[in-house]
Design a protein around this ligand. Sequence first.
Ligand code: NAD
Ligand code: TYD
Length: 351
Amino acid sequence: MILVTGGAGFIGSNFVVDWLDCRDEPVVNLDKLTYAGNLQALATLSGNEKHIFVKGDICDGSLVSHLLDKYRPRAVINFAAESHVDRSIHGPGDFIQTNVVGTFHLLESMRAYWNTLTDVERGAFRFLHISTDEVYGSLAPDEAPFTESNRYEPNSPYSASKAASDHLVRAWHHTYGLPVLTTNCSNNYGPYHFPEKLIPLIILNALAGKPLPVYGDGMQVRDWLYVKDHCSAIRCVLESGRVGETYNIGGWNEKTNIEVVRTLCRILDELAPRTDTSSYIQQIQFIADRPGHDRRYAIDAGKLERELGWKPKETFESGIYKTVKWYLTNQEWVNNVISGTYREWVKTQYG
Ligand code: NAD
Ligand code: TYD
């Protein structure tokens, strides 16, 4: 049995579904179901007894302790977080609460549980904390990609809250001996990505005939990883990662935002052409930049490959094509997540 937090979100839901596809081990899935959590992403698991969903908050120490005592997991994987940089700029409070205070409560409940285990169980137990490359700050164009020894230099309320949570996880290992692993991953994309983030937002706006908002000059660089590759990397680190270590996960796919947006337009031109047959590229609109916008992220995932033999399977070209196709054939999911709160967010952010 493993316990996953945030397993109704974008990466967590992909992870839970893939896990139960390739493993026989049950999953307890604790998720608060914020605007970003959606049980429809887990619809294929309905009736599957190996998936136990619990609606709840990682800040609720007594609930977490109860779940640990009841299900006695051999591992906990923490996906639960507030994850959108733009939202963290408008309202950082929730980010401090879930990402920092929530991780603290999770660590404390786990420490108490871990101390009740037998020596063998204690040795085998793992807490895997899912984090981001954004904790390392912004790279200059000619700087080498982030390695695990880069200094933490978070610039947004989101990345600062994730950096703080990483430090707590590190401290609970060094001080209390809790067997932890931390992964710092680059930008994910793929099925069930909430349409506030760049790739799904562009696909949906394009199809709706709306402007495609590109911040600033669009020359910011991100490293993109297909979500299923992230899930396989997490399984690999959980199985074979060295306790107390951190592992960077990335797709070796550095792209400028404008390149990503143009690629999406070209794929849509092929798969779902506009009725007037002109390119979706004409819907691109450059808008005011994000405050404090990090210019470049790039991940050196060499440690994970050298030590554990993990490499991504998808190229950006294959993954992005699959993703556009997924959004075209899953309009129902999209329509369901575009709720009133989503519309309010679009109004706040884009006017
Ligand atoms: P997401 O926003 O799609 O999902 C987060 C999930 O956590 C949601 O289901 C939400 O309901 C749940 N949640 C939020 N607060 C909670 C709380 N207090 N208690 C329990 N559940 C709560 O995020 P995501 O993109 O799936 O990201 C998952 C993790 O991966 C996060 O920790 C994020 O920092 C990290 N990460 C994301 C990316 C990316 O590109 N999306 C890249 C690197 C790292
Ligand atoms: P996002 O998907 O929010 O991820 P992150 O900020 O965590 O990297 O954004 C990816 C990049 O796209 C980032 O540089 C900001 C930019 N962006 C836009 O240009 N327009 C948009 O409407 C959004 C949401 C993002």
